[in-house]
Design a protein. Structure first.
Length: 104
């Protein structure tokens, strides 16, 4: 399944189900076929996502050190990289006081 995140002021962010559910979990939203992050909730959602991304970045730094000799193509894309477009969508939406919605 694919999740499509929308905002009236930003481009669409499309994610595979597993990745979308990870970002939704990070911001405390239950996954589902449809949903909304009200503009009033965006500051908290952004802070929660940034915290999760920082944890991912720290964890990735620790595991990357252990993976010497492993090709970059063989490494999975870490959460903090996958979540970056979603973070930008939230930030732009917050600047313009617009909700973020999603559907499958």
């Amino acid at each position: 399944m694919i999740y499509k995140f929308h905002s009236a002021v930003a481009g669409e962010v499309i994610m595979l189900e597993e990745n979308a559910e990870q970002v939704l979990d990070a911001i405390g939203k239950p996954p589902g076929a449809r949903g909304v992050i009200p503009a009033s909730d965006l500051p908290a959602a952004i802070a929660a996502l940034q915290t999760a991304m920082q944890r991912s970045e720290q964890q990735h730094g620790k595991t990357a050190d252990k993976e010497e000799g492993v090709s970059a193509i063989d490494r999975p894309v870490p959460f903090h990289v996958r979540a970056h477009p979603f973070l930008k969508l939230l930030q732009v939406s917050q600047e313009h006081h617009k909700d973020v919605t999603w559907g499958i």
